[in-house]
Design a protein around this ligand. Structure first.
Ligand code: GUN
Length: 311
């Protein structure tokens, strides 16, 4: 039986509706959550992400501000920008879009973001909060992975989860969230031997390595839930055929655009898995929804009505 397709757009819309309700409640108390995004230089993929982030803020009634320093920006200039945003009361969330230009010390810039405004959850204080199960801001894509599982009624507790990829942005935090939700977690990476064999133990398999179609049918335990975090653009006809031959909708869009998106999971995995998140339309929309949720959370933690009533 073919796998259930986990509809990320639908789940993201649910989350955004909940966030919009929170924004309205805050509005009634005279508070408007605000997100500032720093987009340095002209990376085409980053420009698309940031445009979507700003659009979502506007849809939900939040304040958004977009700072666009040039490719030549220095570490010192970015530090100054971040400091100014740290000191502005109406800004609740600060997101420094990665990758930064090569001359910039990215770690230094991310460290300068106030942990209470760190809606990416990249600051070591928030990384530490996550790993010690303290309240804090959690990275958006990993939080989105958990929301897809939770809202699709896929149990995490007591199950075997395998994460392929160990990046600071996705692999490590998603492994920590799965662990905090009582899964038994294994993290595989480029030096892991017998990845397919380890992956086949997984009830929940998360792929976040950035390699088109890396996870194939032999990685999958029949019935497993497979969450695909990869977004890879393919332009090569032979590669396209390998993944999408016989798919008329994909054929049409590939013929029109000369490219298509494929995740880290080969689409043929759907014949073996129990549930699978598609690319596009799976984890991607959740990342933005969780960013919106984090901005409201940061706002409420720092200046929400309940917080003001306590102090
Ligand atoms: N670039 C790719 N993914 C992300 C993300 O989640 N946050 C930021 N800031 N930059 C990114």
């Amino acid at each position: 039986m073919a796998a259930t397709v986990l509809d990320g757009n639908k789940i993201a819309a649910q989350i955004k509706a909940e966030v919009a309700e929170e924004v309205q409640k805050l509005g009634a108390a005279g508070i408007r959550p605000g997100l500032a995004v720093i987009l340095a230089g002209h990376n085409p993929a980053s420009e698309i992400y940031v445009r979507n982030k700003v659009k979502s803020c506007e849809q939900l009634g939040m304040l958004s501000e977009n700072l666009t320093p040039p490719d030549s920006v220095t570490t010192a200039e970015l530090l100054q920008m971040v400091n100014e945003l740290n000191n502005r009361d109406e800004i609740d969330g600060i997101l420094v879009q990665l990758p930064l230009p090569p001359q910039v010390d990215s770690k230094k810039v991310l460290l300068a973001v106030s942990p209470e405004k760190d809606v990416d959850g990249f600051h070591p204080v928030n990384v530490g909060n996550l790993s010690t199960q303290r309240p804090g801001l959690v990275p958006c894509t990993p939080a989105g992975v958990i929301e897809i599982l939770r809202r699709s009624n896929i149990a995490i507790e007591g199950r075997n989860a395998v994460v392929i990829g160990r990046s600071d942005i996705v692999g490590k935090p998603v492994a920590m969230l799965l662990l905090n939700n009582n899964a038994t977690v294994t993290v595989c990476h480029s030096k892991t031997k017998n990845i397919a064999q380890i992956a086949r133990q997984a009830d929940i398999l998360v792929a976040a390595i950035g390699k088109a179609g890396f996870v194939t049918e032999e990685f999958i335990k029949p019935g497993a839930a497979v969450i695909d975090v990869g977004i890879n653009k393919i332009t090569d006809r032979a590669q396209f055929e390998k993944f999408f031959a016989g798919d008329p909708a994909r054929e049409k869009s590939f013929a029109e655009k000369g490219s298509t998106l494929v995740g880290d999971v080969d689409p043929h995995v759907a014949a073996v898995a129990g549930a699978i998140s598609p690319v596009p339309g799976g984890v991607g929309p959740l990342t933005i929804a969780m960013l919106m949720a984090n901005t409201v959370k940061a706002c409420k933690m720092r200046r929400g009505p309940e917080r003001q009533a306590r102090s």
